[in-house]
Write a protein that binds this ligand. Structure first.
Ligand SMILES: [Zn+2]
Ligand SMILES: [Zn+2]
Length: 412
């Protein structure tokens, strides 16, 4: 029979990698709950319109990268490319804003993009995502950035750089868009890549973060939004960076940091690692004060970030191997049942370990106990079975002693 493989662009996470994912998720829960964040679970599938309206029809994500298909009744559905839009939909649909005017929410799970799969860019990938909804002030921005850095620090990651920029408000951004378009249109059109020639018309800001070297050079001398933001936006930005400085958090300004999504306003940030080459961004986020209203909700400001778990995995050292307390070796067919009962009792008492499923010789059983990294090997042969005892061997020191099975409630 022909064997069946994974769908293209989808990957298994085998136990070693899954253990890293668990660590990323548990550290996220521990860190974010310390800041008053609560976990939320939202569906991976939404109506396509949600993403078209929130992310913006003229973005690369919506134009080219969404995992979209019709259901059996012809309605267009999309596997979520990111979590913010779905969280916002849920926030509005469930009137969370009425119950908790300031909502701090996080989630963790798979996201999907329909791109040509390549190393490190699968169609299903995973993110940790935090959103703080209901406050427009700079303290919310500073706390969110510090919380993200705290998370990465709690994972033991170093050599990270925080980059920050301001995208201005709708007012200063539309002014900047005109200035930038004027500048870019004076340049030779053919010098831009094909995507950027389209962006020139519909989304000129995206030209700034085009990765094609030619475009990068062309936009290098472009006027900077940072120099043109309105006084309110500048004050907001200065407050945020001032608080980061007070908190001892280093940062660098990145004028090219425009983020791919239309709904960002004011603060935008990204954390970059020097350790994983070209795909160096491990987390990114920003403020999106207009998103709730754009989705038919009340006018409520928000800020959030997402971290790519696959990229974080590349930076994490492997988890240490588990160290169970015991391995129970049944040396006779007839001691298999007793070994199982003994293992159950020890686990009830809080110990961890395995029991052999098959009778085997003493040498191979001890090898198994040592391969498992068990602290003790409990040997159960015919003699021990008859005497109602078990031989307890300390795998570190080699010492062994015979114990009454009924009285063995704890390991030495
Ligand atoms: Zn402004
Ligand atoms: Zn380009």
């Amino acid at each position: 029979m022909r064997k069946i493989n994974t769908v293209k662009g989808f990957a298994d996470h085998l136990p070693a990698e899954a253990a890293l994912f668990t660590r990323l998720g548990e550290t996220a829960r521990r860190t974010f709950t310390a800041y008053g964040y609560k976990e939320i679970h939202i569906p991976v599938l939404e109506y396509t319109e949600l993403f078209a309206r929130s992310i913006g029809v003229e973005t690369d994500v919506v134009q080219k990268e969404m995992f979209t298909f019709p259901d059996r009744k012809g309605r267009s559905l999309t596997l979520r490319p990111e979590a913010t839009a779905g969280i916002m939909r849920s926030y509005i649909e469930n009137s969370l804003f009425a119950r908790e005017p300031l909502s701090k929410i996080f989630t963790c799970g798979p996201m999907f993009r329909y791109e040509r799969p390549q190393k490190g860019r699968m169609r299903q990938f995973h993110q940790v995502d935090c959103e703080c909804l209901g406050d427009a002030g700079p303290v919310a921005d500073a706390e969110m950035i510090l919380m993200l850095m705290d998370y990465l620090c709690n994972l033991g990651l170093t050599e990270l750089t925080l980059q920050i920029n301001t995208l201005g408000c709708e007012r200063c951004r539309s002014l900047y868009r005109e200035t930038l378009t004027g500048y870019l249109l004076k340049l030779e059109r053919s010098a831009f890549c094909e995507d950027c020639r389209r962006r020139l018309e519909v989304n000129p800001l995206r030209v700034l973060d085009c990765k094609v070297p030619g475009c990068h050079d062309l936009s290098a001398a472009a006027p900077k939004l940072f120099d043109l933001v309105c006084p309110d936006c500048r004050e907001h930005f200065n407050s945020v960076t001032g608080m980061l400085h007070e908190a001892g958090q280093e940062y660098s300004l990145n004028h090219r940091l425009v983020r791919g999504l239309d709904y960002y306003t004011r603060t935008a940030f990204e954390v970059v690692s020097g350790n994983i080459g070209a795909q160096s961004s491990v987390a990114g986020g920003g403020r999106y004060d207009g998103l709730s209203a754009a989705l038919g909700g009340p006018d409520i400001p928000g800020i959030g970030f997402a971290c790519g778990l696959e990229r974080l995995c590349l930076l994490l050292p492997e988890n240490p191997a588990p160290t169970p307390d015991f391995y129970i070796a049944a040396l006779e067919e007839k001691s298999l049942g007793e070994a199982l009962l003994l293992a159950q009792k020890l686990r009830k008492n809080g110990f961890t370990g395995e029991t052999s499923f098959n009778r085997n010789g003493i040498k191979s059983q001890l090898r198994k106990a040592s391969a498992n990294n068990a602290a003790y090997c409990l040997l159960l042969g015919g003699d021990e079975l008859d005497r109602g005892t078990v031989m307890v061997k300390n795998m570190r020191t080699g010492e062994q002693s015979e114990k009454k099975r009924g009285e063995l409630e704890t390991l030495p």
